[in-house]
Design a protein around this ligand. Structure first.
Ligand SMILES: Nc1ncnc2c1ncn2[C@@H]1O[C@H](COP(=O)(O)OP(=O)(O)OP(=O)(O)O)[C@@H](O)[C@H]1O
Length: 378
């Protein structure tokens, strides 16, 4: 007897793959049907890897063809299992913020190692390279971005976006800034309880009009505490940059910082370590390097932890002065400081690109090239 392929397909439309809603033709599970005389060969791909599901699929196909088409048909069923790809570990968390491509957290284990200085200089360097940049100062204990960007006396204004009132970040040197410091008095010691701080931060994240950003840098508070956890849980942080000096006590805390990001509950990829205050160079002796806090400590830590070493920034008086007057040092063109921050920023961008290549694209991680980045082209 000569069987007709259409009849076989019709019969298969009457049954479903175990655990799947649509019939096996409409669901696309049946990938091929071949008919030679009274012989039928059916190729089917199912998602359930259990033996029971495979057997049941095969039996159902035999039964329906025998019942609906020809009871003596000789049937061969090839069942292939294609389990859905396991989603990668929970690396991207929190709600994505529409328009923001990459959120990079800048952290340090120890206080005073230059985390805010590095954040501010990374931000202006990214802006110089042509990226759209924002900085969210989450350092509830000592917000320093308003001073470092010379906007301490400004306040974010409200704007109406689609009928909703939103906070407009303050802009300086092409960088959009929001800081907890805009909402406190300069001389007031603010004691934030965890939930209060988390609420204020949430407002600065989700009730703000950030617009389109390639990078939102987060200046985290020093250490590894509650506030870090709540930020990591409420934001899809692309990766973290850890700042340390080469000094033993700072390195020990940087190690804890890296461990925090690697924790099961957090799992934010560490983009790498920055060595700040790597050496001191006096302005009058530009070729002399004094390793005040030790030599290559952060570089060795990066090697030890097998994470990228992003670069070293020297201890230079002008970096401190620039921070104090509110004009990040990386804006001083044709200086070794500008070059050091450019080299660091290129490495950060490259690590973001690498990280985005290794993970599935999401709203939170879209930069995949360094196009538009003039310094990178140099
Ligand atoms: N490379 C550098 N050269 C000279 N001074 C620096 C350098 N990096 C940081 N500083 C200075 O060191 C001090 C501490 O820096 P910063 O406030 O950036 O540190 P931090 O780690 O953010 O501190 P906090 O613990 O308050 O978060 C500031 O006065 C800053 O100007």
């Amino acid at each position: 007897m000569k069987l007709n392929k259409q009849d076989i397909l019709k019969a298969l439309e009457l049954i479903t793959v175990p655990g799947e809603g649509k019939n096996m033709i409409d669901s696309g599970a049946v990938t091929n049907v071949q008919v030679f005389g009274d012989e039928v060969e059916v190729d089917i791909t199912i998602k359930n890897p259990s033996l029971q599901a495979k057997k049941k699929t095969e039996v159902e196909i035999l039964k329906v063809i025998h019942r609906e088409v020809y009871e003596k048909a000789k049937i061969k069923v090839n069942v292939k299992v294609q389990a859905p790809a396991q989603p990668k570990a929970n690396l991207i968390k929190g709600e994505p913020i529409p328009g923001i491509q990459n959120i990079v957290a800048v952290a340090s284990g120890k206080g005073g190692v230059g985390k805010s200085t590095v954040t501010a200089n990374l931000a202006v360097t990214l802006a110089k390279m042509g990226f759209k940049v924002g900085v969210l100062d989450t350092d509830i204990y000592g917000p320093s971005m308003p001073i470092m960007f010379d906007v301490a006396s400004e306040k974010p204004l409200a704007v109406n976006i689609d009928g909703k009132s939103k906070m407009n970040p303050v802009e300086s040197y092409g960088v959009k800034i929001l800081s907890i410091g805009f909402f406190t008095q300069p001389n007031q010691a603010v004691i934030w309880r965890g939930p209060m701080a988390a609420k204020a931060l949430n407002q600065m994240i989700f009730d703000a009009h950030w617009g389109e950003l390639d990078f939102l840098l987060l200046d985290l508070p020093p250490g590894t505490g509650d506030i870090h956890l709540s930020i990591m849980q409420s934001l899809p942080v692309t990766g973290a940059v850890v700042v340390s000096t080469p000094q033993e006590v700072a390195l020990a805390d940087a190690r804890k910082g890296v461990a925090m990001f690697n924790q099961e509950a957090i799992q934010v990829p560490v983009l790498g370590i920055v060595e700040n205050m790597a050496y001191f160079t006096p302005a009058e002796l530009p070729d002399n390097k004094y390793y005040i806090f030790g030599q290559n400590g952060a570089k060795h830590l990066a090697e030890d932890l097998r994470i990228p070493f992003l670069g070293e920034i020297p201890l230079v008086q002008s970096i401190r002065e620039a921070g104090d007057v509110g004009r990040p040092a990386a804006m001083q063109t044709a200086t070794p400081t500008e070059l050091a921050f450019e080299a660091l920023t290129k490495n950060v961008v490259q690590e973001v690109v690498n990280r985005n290549t290794d993970l599935p694209p999401t709203e939170a991680i879209k930069i995949t090239t360094m196009a538009g980045c003039s310094a990178v082209k140099k």
